[in-house]
Design a protein around this ligand. Structure first.
Ligand SMILES: CC(C)(COP(=O)(O)OP(=O)(O)OC[C@H]1O[C@@H](n2cnc3c(N)ncnc32)[C@H](O)[C@@H]1OP(=O)(O)O)[C@@H](O)C(=O)NCCC(=O)NCCS
Length: 159
């Protein structure tokens, strides 16, 4: 259920908080994740791999909106997950909000739910990779570009 951080926004096409649901269940249908990621232009991942990645994640948060007042059908509108060792480190991945629902507090809801669960482990260092133009979003939750100059590095394997 929502944890009370929803803020009504006049632009929101359906301002009823009761029609949103936040979940920490890792069993998110992979097709729903695929569809949400496609909505922001991210490349396609195989459903079986999504399922495995979610199962192996430390925390998974999804936010769902009812598609109509007359049915129980829901649409995945926000998502993020974190991997980690439950002791020293966790890393946030795949933070995404459906374009129609951006700038309405859904990303904030996802981040606060994710950080709330990570805080239960008292993990001292949470990291993430901020796509261009998104660092202002993450800074709101206390994330910093490392002041000592530590830089994220990548090694993409060829499969
Ligand atoms: C980045 C993203 C997750 C933000 O989600 P959102 O639901 O639009 O964010 P919210 O409405 O909850 O915004 C929370 C706060 O961050 C601010 N914010 C949101 N996006 C921002 C951005 N790109 N840059 C700076 N600030 C931003 C909001 O203004 C709001 O500020 P406030 O609390 O002072 O009012 C969303 O735009 C998205 O999915 N983008 C495409 C995918 C992507 O790039 N993901 C990040 C991968 S690293």
């Amino acid at each position: 259920m929502l944890s009370g951080i929803w803020r009504k926004n006049d632009n929101f096409k359906d301002p009823m908080p009761g029609r949103l649901r936040a979940s920490h269940d890792k069993a998110v249908p992979p097709e729903a994740v695929q569809d949400l990621c496609a909505s922001v232009g991210w490349s396609r991942r195989e459903p079986e791999l999504i399922t495995r990645a979610l199962h192996n994640s430390l925390v998974v948060v999804s936010v769902w909106a009812k598609t109509s007042a007359l049915s129980d059908d829901e649409e995945l509108i926000g998502f993020a997950r974190a991997t980690g060792d439950k002791v020293f480190n966790a890393t946030i991945w795949d933070m995404v909000v459906r374009p129609d629902f951006q700038r309405l507090g859904i990303g904030k809801l996802v981040m606060l739910e994710l950080l709330k669960e990570l805080d239960q482990y008292q993990i001292p260092l949470v990291t993430l990779y901020a796509d261009p133009g998104t660092d202002g979003f993450y800074k709101r939750f206390g994330f910093l570009i490392d002041p000592s100059g530590v830089r994220g590095m990548f090694r993409e394997s060829i499969v």
